[in-house]
Design a protein around this ligand. Structure first.
Ligand code: SF4
Length: 326
């Protein structure tokens, strides 16, 4: 048993396998969510609301209905099923579903839709069900250090569930990683860490006002959690990551400020700069009322290799010795 797990000797020995949470997706064969080939579990619920969020459907904790216009075959079966008026037909003959209409029985509408156009943005899983799901992938984790990553949303938003799941995964002999934005109570980190092999910790914006403006939340707790991690005995298991959002996080001042902060806490800190992903914008079309940072037609491309090298050079100049290749 590793030293960090011995620290959890006081844990309840019985995993509560019946604990449940809302899960947006279970993605297999991921190579971007930690070491090796991984299965990533995206949990629903996040205290932040970043204007560039890659998984905006994972911000709200509750399960919500979703309508995929591209899947709809205009059969009209839903029209007679919804007295509340959520399903209507346009003048052009196309069926439209308004997922904001209250009083709609979405379970009935979804069950009756033959093409899967009416569905939900998450489903509920117990700890036992999730462990059973990822067991299918054990053979792919192999000797390359692969395993299971909890992502989101904020996986530590529900610390009791996250800890129970991590503990069950470790007891099944699987490598575990957690992707966190760190806007959580220190106690949530402390209970999850003994069952977490690697922590991928976001640091998005070092300036307090900019952070509040773009995420809706202050960054004081995040920076305090980061400081605790990078001065604690698990600091070698942490990778700090900054998503490069054009004109927001991807500025020389922000990268240099974060790099100075984290390398001042731990000179050997590992730091990763994540390239911008313009494809996230498409998800916002499915979420009524959600607005992506960049308007349609104004979405910037990914950064080039040279631009990424430039940001890396800024981080190195500000003190980072161990830049993780993206
Ligand atoms: S039942 Fe489904 S596929 Fe048929 S019109 Fe309604 S949303 Fe479209």
């Amino acid at each position: 048993m590793s030293p960090h797990r011995r620290a959890a000797a006081g844990d309840d020995a019985t995993t509560d396998s019946a604990l449940a949470a809302n899960v947006v997706d279970v993605r297999r064969f991921s190579t971007h969510d930690g070491r090796g080939i991984r299965t990533t579990i995206f949990l629903k619920g996040c205290p932040l609301a970043c204007s560039w969020c890659q998984n905006p459907e994972a911000i709200a904790p509750r399960i919500r209905p979703v309508f995929f216009r591209s899947r709809c075959i205009d059969c009209g079966l839903c029209l007679g099923e919804c007295a509340a008026g959520a399903a209507t037909r346009d003048a052009d003959g196309k069926v439209r579903i308004d997922t904001t209409v209250v009083g709609t029985d979405w379970e009935v509408l979804s069950a009756g839709c033959p093409s899967g156009a009416i569905t939900f943005d998450a489903r509920r899983y117990t700890v036992a069900e999730l462990v059973g799901l990822v067991e299918r992938d054990r053979v792919f984790f192999g000797g390359g250090g692969g395993g299971v990553t909890l992502s989101g949303g904020e996986p530590l938003f529900l610390p009791r569930f996250a800890t129970a799941l991590l503990r069950a995964l470790k007891r099944a002999g699987l490598d575990t990683a957690v992707e966190t934005a760190l806007d959580v109570r220190p106690g949530a980190l402390a209970t999850a860490l003994p069952w977490t092999d690697h922590l991928l910790a976001d640091c998005k914006l070092i300036d307090a006002d900019e952070h509040r403006r773009h995420t809706g939340r202050p960054n004081r707790q995040i920076l305090a959690n980061l400081a605790g991690l990078l001065t604690g005995d698990r600091r070698a298991d942490v990778i700090v990551r900054t998503p490069l959002i054009p004109g927001v996080t991807a500025t020389p001042g922000n990268i240099a400020g974060i790099a100075r902060f984290i390398s001042g806490l731990y000179p050997e800190v590992r730091y990763e700069l994540l390239n911008y992903n313009p494809l996230a914008a498409a998800k916002y079309d499915l979420l009524p009322g959600a607005a992506y940072l960049f308007p349609a037609g104004g979405n910037p491309p990914m950064f080039t290799r040279d631009q990424l090298a430039g940001f890396g050079a800024i981080a190195r100049a500000a003190g980072v010795r161990n830049l993780v290749a993206a």
